[in-house]
Ligand binder design. Structure first.
Ligand SMILES: Cc1cc2nc3c(=O)[nH]c(=O)nc-3n(C[C@H](O)[C@H](O)[C@H](O)COP(=O)(O)OP(=O)(O)OC[C@H]3O[C@@H](n4cnc5c(N)ncnc54)[C@H](O)[C@@H]3O)c2cc1C
Length: 502
């Protein structure tokens, strides 16, 4: 049997992925593509080599640790991370994975695109999906600051959030979830107390990823006398070094161990209002759409790694005197994985094109609603599939697949969170209902499918139209009960339509 790990060190996640290259070529201008192609080649090699190696260490022995007190007994709430992880952080941000979405790429004299950033995220997630969480949080922070921050706030913090090695990096964070509710953000009680022009936060956030590592956190809090529910939430930027933030503990997690996820207590932390008061929830929901795309991209990364690991193993392992890859059932599994992976990759990057329009302000109101719908169905489908792919990769390896010497157990552990954070399947189903009830997004979905489809798809689209119209007329409870299976079928049809026209 071949020694798979040694072989892997020579791999390049980008160079070997002809399908990704095809997709990027389709969606990028030729200048952008030549730049991306060159840089992704480098990053693809780094991700398959040192970043992957460091990720193993971080997951096993090098997990983040909380240093609650210093040697004099003073409370410091610092988070320790290993040196390899720090190197991965440095190298990844220097590629412009966050920065170049908002600022010019010096070589090109123009801004990069989300498409390029997500291609980087896809490669990164094949090695270190845990760290793609802080990258996602930094992207969300950059989005919020860039779109809604006042001039002074932007001037002070945005260049650091967008740093590409040119200045000190401030990673971001987004703190919404409290003990009484993550899905139900309107139940948030963290308080913003104003003294003169200044704000100070008090209260606890129960899941706060990148705590201790971030330079700034974007936090939802309630001002005194604000309305109840989500309409009374404002968005604040909190500089981590501003003090009066205590980390109670780091969560002991099943996977994504690279990212420190903490319980955080604000004890009068200095905070700066972002945008208009009481609009925080709406701003955060916009950022959540971005994070959901990142979630889909991370899912694709895990799917791709699971597929390549399964393929390599099947190629190197013998059973009953034959290579595994020669058995019909093995071939069938690999073929099914490859097809689904390609379809989902195509569908996600197609969705990203609409997102580019939404974020550069050229999308119509209808396109914005359609974009939200696609994000909801694709976040759900890709997250669920990433778990299935990791499971298949384990099975392909037989007993070895279950052993931590191989990457397969980590893939499954890391995939498992993707169905939870950034909105569970039920919460995404409620988003579908909202979009159908309020914006008739189902009709926009059908219209888009008809525009993009080839002739052979007509019958299936007719069938989906009929189903969606019937669904839109159901009672709310009936809708809720059918929504998730409907979303799955919508995702599959969307994927097939996009794949057909490639
Ligand atoms: C590793 C990790 C890191 C995280 N990092 C962050 C972070 O950095 N910042 C942050 O803000 N949050 C973070 N979270 C929190 C995460 O976003 C929430 O866990 C998630 O939104 C679910 O909220 P909850 O845990 O309160 O579950 P709940 O909201 O209590 O949900 C429990 C179950 O009930 C279901 N449910 C809830 N409401 C309904 C309904 N109306 N109809 C049907 N079903 C419903 C849900 O789908 C879920 O299955 C993190 C979570 C994890 C696991």
């Amino acid at each position: 049997m071949k020694v798979l790990t040694e072989e892997y060190e020579q791999h390049n996640f980008y160079e070997e992925d002809k399908f990704l290259q095809k997709i990027l070529k389709k969606y990028m201008t030729s200048d952008m593509f030549s730049y991306a192609d060159k840089n992704l080649r480098e990053f693809g090699q780094r991700a398959a080599g040192p970043i992957d190696e460091r990720a193993v260490h971080t997951d096993r022995e090098g997990q983040p640790r909380l240093e609650r007190y210093d040697k004099y007994g003073e409370e410091v709430s610092r988070v320790w991370v290993n040196e390899g992880y720090k190197q991965t952080v440095k190298e990844t941000y220097e590629t412009g994975i966050v920065g170049y979405v908002h600022k010019n790429i010096p070589e090109l004299g123009e801004k990069g695109t989300y498409t390029y950033s997500f291609a980087q995220g896809y490669l990164l997630s094949q090695a270190e999906p845990g760290f793609y969480c802080p990258v996602t949080l930094t992207m969300a922070t950059a989005y919020l600051l860039d779109h809604y921050g006042g001039e002074e706030l932007k001037e002070t913090y945005l260049p650091h959030v967008l740093a590409t090695g040119d200045m000190e990096l401030y990673e971001g964070a987004t703190f919404l979830t409290e003990r009484q509710g993550g899905s139900d953000v309107g139940a948030n009680v963290v308080e913003a107390v104003s003294i003169g022009e200044d704000y100070y936060l008090y209260g606890e956030k129960y899941f706060a990823s990148n705590a201790g590592m971030c330079g700034v956190a974007m936090v939802l809090a309630r001002m005194e006398d604000s309305k109840e529910g989500s309409r009374g939430l404002s968005l604040f930027l909190v500089p981590w070094e501003g003090g009066n933030i205590r980390i109670r503990r780091l969560k002991d997690k099943l996977g994504v161990r690279a990212v420190p996820s903490a319980e955080v207590e604000f004890t009068g932390a200095k905070a700066y209002l972002v945008g208009e008061a009481d609009r925080g929830f709406y701003y955060m929901m916009e950022a959540l759409n971005l994070s959901r795309i990142c979630n889909a991209v991370a899912s694709l990364g895990i799917m791709r790694r699971s597929y390549t690991e399964a393929l390599l193993y099947a190629d190197g392992r013998n059973a009953f005197g034959r290579r595994l890859a020669g058995f019909p059932m093995i071939q069938q599994t690999l073929q099914e994985l490859r097809m689904k992976l390609e379809k989902e990759t195509a569908a996600v990057f197609e969705m990203v094109q609409l997102y580019e329009k939404v974020t550069n302000g050229t999308a119509s109101f209808e396109e914005e609603a359609l974009n939200r719908l696609l994000i909801a169905i694709m976040k759900k489908e890709t997250a669920e599939k990433s778990i299935e792919f990791a499971h298949e990769a384990i099975e392909m390896h037989g007993g070895n697949g279950y052993i931590e010497d191989f990457v397969t157990p980590r893939l499954l552990r890391d995939a498992q969170v993707l169905t939870v954070w950034e909105g569970t399947a039920n919460i995404l189903a409620l988003e579908l209902l909202r979009l159908i009830n309020k914006y008739e997004a189902h009709t926009l979905f059908i219209k888009m499918l008809r525009e993009k489809s080839t002739d052979g798809m007509e019958k299936r689209i007719d069938g989906m139209e009929e189903r969606l119209l019937r669904f839109a007329g159901l009672e709310e409870t009936e809708k809720e009960l059918e929504a998730k299976s409907l979303m799955k079928d919508m995702a599959i049809l969307f994927e097939d339509v996009i794949y057909e026209q490639l």
